[in-house]
Every structure is written in C-alpha cells, then in structure tokens.
Design a protein around this ligand. Structure first.
Ligand code: NAP
Length: 261
C-alpha cells in the first residue's frame, strides 16, 4: 500500500549522480530537502535545480566519515523539520585496474568508512528520532554487488554486503517501532562512478530512471529494491552455484582483472 509522500527528506551524496537524481525526483512545492556531500559548489547546483521545482533546500558540505559533524547537522535539520525520509546514498567506488593492482589497508578503509560507516553516521542519529516518533523511512543505497563478491572490486563488494546485512538485521526491529527500512540494490546506473568502472555494464539505467523507480518502490514500502530485474536475478542465481563456478562465470564476464602477459 502506498504511504503519504514524504515532505522532509535528507539525501547524502546529493551533489552528483544518483543522489542528485533522487533529490530532484522528490523536489516539489511543500518539500524540504537536506542535501549532503563534500563538494559545496556541486551541492549548491543540485539544490538550485531542486528549488526550480519548488522545494526548499538546505545544504551541508560534510564528509560522511565525520560522524560528529554529520550528527550535529542532522539533529539541527530534524529539530527544524522532522525527517520523514533519509536516503543514505553517498558512496565511493574502488576497482582493480590490472592484475597487479591490489587494495591496501588505506584504500580498503576509505571505501568501508565511506560506504558502511558513512551510512551508519547518517542513519543511527536519525533512527533515534524516528523510533521515538514511531514513524519514518530510511533507505540504504547498497548495490547488486552486495549479493556476490567480485574480484574487480573486493572492498566495494564487502562494504555493500555489510550495509545490506545491517539493513536486513535491523529492518524487523525497526518495523516494531513503526519505522520502515528499505535496502536499495542498484545494478549499473550511468553516473561518474559507473563511467570509470572498467568491466562490462549490462542493462545500465539512467540516474533519472533509477531515481524514479526507487521513489515508487519506497512509496510502496518495499523492503528491498533491486534493479534491473534480469541482472538482479542473475546475481541471485550466481549465489546458488558452487563458489568456484561462480568465480569462473564472473571472470568470463570481465569482472576479473586481466593479466597483460
Ligand atoms: N553508479 C552505479 O552504477 C551504482 C551501482 C550500484 C550502486 N551505486 C551506489 O549508488 C550510490 C551513488 O553512486 P553514484 O553512482 O551516484 O556515484 P557518484 O556519481 O560518484 O556520486 C557519489 C556521491 O556520493 C558523494 N560522496 C562520496 N564520498 C563522500 C563522502 N566521503 N562524504 C560525503 N559524500 C560523499 C559524492 O559527493 P562529493 O564528491 O561532493 O562528496 C556524490 O554526491 C553509491 O552508494 C553507489 O555505491 C551506484
């Protein structure tokens, strides 16, 4: 059943790509949008486009890895406009560009800190308020890469799998408190992130198409929003195969960095 359209919405990673498209998908008269990202200029460009659609905007140039700064801003936003939808979308990619490439601790920590802890830094303070109010909705933007680790992006797959596992774990607890949580598992979406991805990108969607789809499924209170359907099915089938067969299939599909010699 569709719920009333959210009016006070925060999107992290709203300065570009899918987050910007999500902000625009919700922008309209009567809607207050909190937009978070690091790049103040690109964030303001997103906000200006949302204002053209009639929304009120507040922007915050904050790194989601900065838990204290994020919490302070979110609490101030929530004091003024109690958040009814939080979309934890900010994310960083890391891909191996050759067979010699390897993710060291620093690179791995950057990805996990941004994609997992960055989401936690946004979600946990807001959930405190939503649980007390016994209403609200949270969307965790993970990836279809959460379903099956791939050699082309180990830290990224691990960070998204962690986010999905966390979401699956707390969803029933939050449901008892009247709060809805959805896990978003996008396939390829045309953004700066996918532009630099070195492997094949089957069934890629535009950011606007993905944002519209996510908005509709969140309105329908779906627990998991995985798209496009065929790629989601393929990833789920892969998880049923013996691990080495899955590795071989992914390798054949360009998700294993090639040896030059
Ligand atoms: N594109 C795809 O094919 C695809 C597929 C599956 C899942 N996803 C997921 O979808 C989400 C959006 O990705 P996208 O494709 O739109 O990527 P994108 O175009 O690179 O945009 C990433 C957004 O996250 C923000 N961001 C990155 N690190 C941040 C940090 N430390 N603190 C605050 N904001 C940060 C960026 O803003 P600043 O640079 O201004 O900080 C930007 O607004 C990510 O979680 C990604 O993993 C994408």
């Amino acid at each position: 059943m569709a719920s009333p359209a959210p009016q006070r919405i925060v999107v992290t990673g709203a300065s570009a790509g899918l987050g910007r498209a999500l902000a625009l998908a919700y922008a309209g008269p009567g809607v207050t949008l909190g937009l978070i990202g690091r790049d103040a200029e690109r964030l303001e460009a997103s906000a200006a486009a949302c204002r053209v659609r009639g929304a009120t905007t507040l922007t915050a140039a904050i790194d989601v890895r900065d838990a204290a700064a994020l919490r302070d801003w979110l609490m101030r936003f929530d004091d003024a406009a109690s958040i009814d939808l939080l979309i934890a979308n900010a994310g960083a990619a890391s891909t191996l560009t050759s067979a010699e490439d390897w993710e060291d601790l620093g690179r791995t920590a950057t990805v996990v800190d941004t994609n997992f802890y960055g989401a936690m830094h946004a979600v946990l303070p807001v959930l405190e308020r939503m649980r007390a109010r016994r209403c609200g909705q949270v969307a965790l933007v993970a990836s279809l890469a959460a379903l099956r680790g791939m050699a082309i992006s180990p830290a990224y797959c691990a960070s998204k799998a962690a986010l999905k596992a966390y979401g699956d774990s707390v969803r029933p607890l939050l449901a008892r408190d009247g709060v809805h949580l959805a896990i978003v598992l996008p396939g390829f979406v045309k953004t700066a992130m996918s532009d630099v991805f070195p492997g094949d990108k089957p069934f890629m969607w535009s950011a606007d198409k993905a944002a519209g789809h996510i908005r509709r499924k969140l309105a329908a209170r779906r627990a998991e929003i995985a798209f496009p359907g065929l790629l989601a099915l393929g990833m789920r089938l892969l998880t049923l195969l013996p691990a080495r067969l899955g590795d071989a299939i992914l390798g054949g599909l360009s998700y294993l960095p090639r040896r030059e010699r």
